[in-house]
Design a protein around this ligand. Structure first.
Ligand code: PLP
Ligand code: COI
Length: 354
């Protein structure tokens, strides 16, 4: 795929990497390409970072035809920059596109444009501990018509943002409220797709939890409000006795790449990992009888986020005395060790950028 490059004439100053938040600062350039049903993808280009111009009737603005991805470029100790399992993000992007009737991108083209864009912006990858260059590919429908139908015109964009930790708590345990009113997604809906609408629909519960001093909510299934699904915008795992339990991918759960990586690390090390239904009653019982030993969320932004307290129907339960547990810490150390190139990557997950 031919990519034209237009360089910015006014490069920005790079931020001090010790003061980075999440997703507030953007690099000098962005990648864009357009799609038309009769042409396929065309006009692949890297251009100076700028506002987008959209027709007011664009599909994305009315019917939410938008999907996105999130992955990071990491600065290794030897100065090189690397990605973590980028093909997984590309495959998930296409699965999301298929669900929302948006055009898919041939995997090898998506990989080429992503890696060429990262190569161009790699100087923006910060080097302070815990920092990285967050990449946000997104794809939206922009037919200039108010009719509700499959998309004929679309745009794919990649922007990049140097980031620090996602949660202000960093790797410190967070307080989580079990949400038994709103649901994030339903089977048959879009829960397994990374589409903007899922996040819009989940904001209310998150805001309500925040008002009561909680960092996020633990989502229950949309049919019975009985089975645990995810935590905030992360997958969730529990250590109950000797078993590591994570909700099975039922269609309403996003198949997280961090989740998959945690499972692969734990299985390789001989842990018993179950992907199964976990009811909130079983979890409550484990909290009551002391067999819930650890709980954590996992996702690209925070890597691993320990849960120190769970609140269910007004009752508060401390998890591991509100401290990070040994398995949670081990997963954090292993994944971040591989991502930042401090540990040998025996899984073949990393992808260096030239
Ligand atoms: N679940 C939701 C709803 C998410 O938004 C994310 C983040 O991308 C995850 C889970 C974790 O996925 P990943 O590990 O691929 O970042
Ligand atoms: C994650 O990477 O874990 C996320 O949930 C990303 C979020 C900003 C949508």
């Amino acid at each position: 795929m031919e990519i034209t490059v237009t360089k910015t004439t006014c490069p920005k100053e790079k931020p001090d990497s010790s003061t980075l938040g999440f997703g507030k600062i953007f690099t000098d350039h962005m990648f864009m390409m357009d799609y038309a049903a009769d042409k396929g993808w065309y006009d692949a280009r890297i251009v100076p970072f700028a506002n987008l111009s959209l027709h007011p009737a664009s599909t994305v603005l009315h019917y939410g035809a938008e999907i996105f991805e999130g992955l990071k470029a990491y600065r290794r100790a030897d100065g090189k920059v690397q990605l973590f399992r980028p093909m997984e993000n590309i495959r998930r992007l296409n699965n999301s596109a298929e669900r929302l009737c948006l055009p898919t991108i041939p995997e090898e083209d998506a990989f080429q444009v992503l890696t060429e864009f990262v190569a161009m912006e790699q100087d923006w990858t910060p080097s302070a501990p815990g920092t990285s260059l967050y990449l946000r590919p997104f794809l939206f429908g922009n037919d200039e018509s108010l009719g509700v139908h499959g998309v004929h015109n679309a745009t794919f964009v990649i922007i990049a943002s140097p980031v620090g930790s996602y949660y202000k708590e960093g790797i410190n345990p967070v307080r989580i409220m079990i949400e038994d009113e709103d649901v994030r997604a339903v089977r048959g809906g879009t829960g397994y797709a990374k589409c903007g609408g899922n996040y819009a629909a989940s904001t209310r519960a998150g805001e309500r939890a925040a008002q009561q001093g909680y960092s996020q909510v633990l989502w229950l299934d949309g049919v019975e409000r009985k089975y645990i699904e995810e935590v905030g915008a992360m997958n969730v795992m529990f250590k109950i006795g000797d078993e590591i339990v994570t909700p099975m991918l039922s269609g309403s759960i996003l198949p997280g790449i961090t989740r998959k990586s945690c499972i692969e690390v734990l299985k390789k090390e001989g842990y018993t990992v179950s992907e199964r239904l976990l009811s909130v009653d079983e979890l409550a019982k484990a909290m009551e009888d002391g067999t819930l030993l650890e709980a954590w969320g996992c996702g690209t932004a925070a890597v691993v986020s320990p849960i120190g307290e769970l609140c269910y129907k007004g009752k508060r339960y401390a998890v591991n005395n509100g401290e990070i547990g040994a398995v949670t810490q081990h997963l954090y150390d292993t994944l971040t060790g591989i991502q930042w190139g401090k540990l040998e990557d025996t899984f073949g997950w990393t992808c260096p950028i030239d």
